[in-house]
Design a protein around this ligand. Structure first.
Ligand SMILES: Cc1ncc(COP(=O)(O)O)c(C=O)c1O
Length: 416
């Protein structure tokens, strides 16, 4: 207990004392949330398309509950409502993959599929991959796989490691749109390296699915069209590529997928424990995914355009203030590092007092020189909410709390 409490001391102090940590949300009204007496504009949810509040999607749910009850409660191997077949067919068509399999969460997929694909071979792991990918690799390691890390955003380093590797079974694991930087990897370069070395590229695009998609001449914004994820965004094929994603962010539902060839899907149906043993997603989640597909087809590109315009307003403010953000893409995840990591609690209070709810990224969630806060914009945010955020950012910049573009990124505060 003492060892872990000491390791997580900064975070546990924040959790105990800060209104933006472990908060109880009493009420929502659009993208405004109420915590006790305080109404705040929410920039911490991942409901990028605003489907959680979409009347058409909400109204679609009761008919599914009438037909199926609240929960199937069979493991998928025992039996799956036909809704699963419909979801997998529509998803496969949207992504343009050979096939797909859905399971409740991405975490379930990483923990079960990475060990299967890696077997006793070698995993090449992106040094900044999401924690759940790391955990999947740990399980694989415990079953005999080796794990080697390559530098973040560095396909050249990956190429070097693969060139030096003798093991014929090679799996590369990495994020699509990164949950901290908001940037997408150069999928073309990584896919080319994977193919050249006979490796399988496994990409988790939790934050890109629904937000970015294929590029078209008439696309409404630089996010592309249809929200069909990072592989299509880079006009890449699925040759040597497996794509994982989820509906729990842009689609506001509890379901996740792996897009893969049919023979891999067939293997997972007998070898991936969550398919055999885990409970399924609730019927309301299956319903909101299906209704979400309809809305995505008809209004998704308009919502993505709105999302890019709102995000653009925040990015313009950050640029005008000379404040640093790792976001180079204009996608709706904007991390703002602090000058001094020890100020995270005070900075959080300033945001709270300005009516802004953001994700606090405290140590040890992130390294000390990356401590800051993350803003996630959704299509359901209003211009007035963005105005409030801009005022808060201006105030924090004027107080010298935010790292500037010209600051030394290794500096984290005087005593650090
Ligand atoms: C990149 C990434 N992968 C996986 C997950 C976990 O997804 P799930 O809740 O479906 O397990 C998250 C959640 O934040 C994420 O950001």
């Amino acid at each position: 207990m003492e060892h872990w409490l000491e390791t997580c001391r900064d975070l546990s102090e924040l959790k105990a004392s800060h209104p933006m940590m472990d908060a109880v949300i009493d009420e929502v009204d659009g993208r405004m949330i109420r915590i006790g007496e305080h109404w705040l504009a929410d920039f911490a949810s991942c409901n990028y398309l605003g489907f959680d509040l979409d009347r058409e999607i909400i109204d679609a749910v009761p008919a599914y509950l009438d037909a199926w009850g609240t929960h199937p409660s069979w493991s998928r191997l025992l039996g799956s409502p036909v809704l699963y077949e419909e979801i997998e067919e529509r998803l496969t068509a949207l992504l343009g993959t050979e096939d797909s399999l859905v399971l409740p969460t991405i975490t379930h997929i990483h923990m079960s599929v990475i060990p299967l694909l890696a077997a006793s071979g070698t995993i090449f792991l992106d040094a900044r991959a999401h924690k759940t990918i790391y955990d999947g690799c740990q399980v694989a390691r415990s079953r005999g796989a080796a794990v080697k890390r390559f530098r973040f955003e560095d396909p050249g380093h990956l190429d070097e490691l693969l060139r030096a590797e003798r093991d014929p079974t090679r799996l590369i694991c990495m994020d699509g749109v990164n949950s901290m930087t908001g940037n997408a990897p150069d999928v073309r370069a990584f896919a080319a390296v994977a193919r050249e070395h006979g490796a399988l590229l496994y990409i988790d695009d939790a934050h890109g699915f629904g937000v970015i998609g294929e590029r078209t001449p008439d696309e409404p914004c630089s996010y592309g069209s249809r929200g069909n994820s990072v592989v299509r965004h880079f006009d890449e094929s699925y040759d040597h590529v497996v794509l994982v994603g989820g509906f729990s962010k842009a689609y506001s539902s509890l379901l996740a997928f792996i897009a893969c060839p049919t023979d891999v899907k067939d293997l997972l149906k007998v070898a991936a424990p969550p398919y055999l043993y885990s409970g399924p997603s609730p019927v309301a989640s299956l319903a909101t995914v299906l209704a979400g597909f309809d809305v995505n087809e008809r209004r998704g590109d308009d919502l993505r355009r709105d999302l890019s315009v709102l995000t653009g307003r925040v990015m313009e403010c950050v640029e005008r203030l000379g404040v640093h953000t790792p976001n180079r893409s204009g996608f709706p995840i904007i991390e703002i590092p602090l000058r001094d990591y020890r100020r995270i609690g005070e900075v959080g209070h300033v945001l709270f007092e300005h009516g802004v709810y953001a994700t606090l990224a405290a140590y040890p969630l992130v390294p000390k020189n990356e401590v800051g806060f993350r803003i996630q914009v959704t299509a359901a945010n209003t211009d007035a909410e963005i105005d409030a955020l801009i005022v808060a950012l201006e105030h924090l910049a004027a107080r010298g709390e935010l790292r500037l573009v010209d600051d030394d990124p290794s500096w984290m505060g005087e005593a650090a």
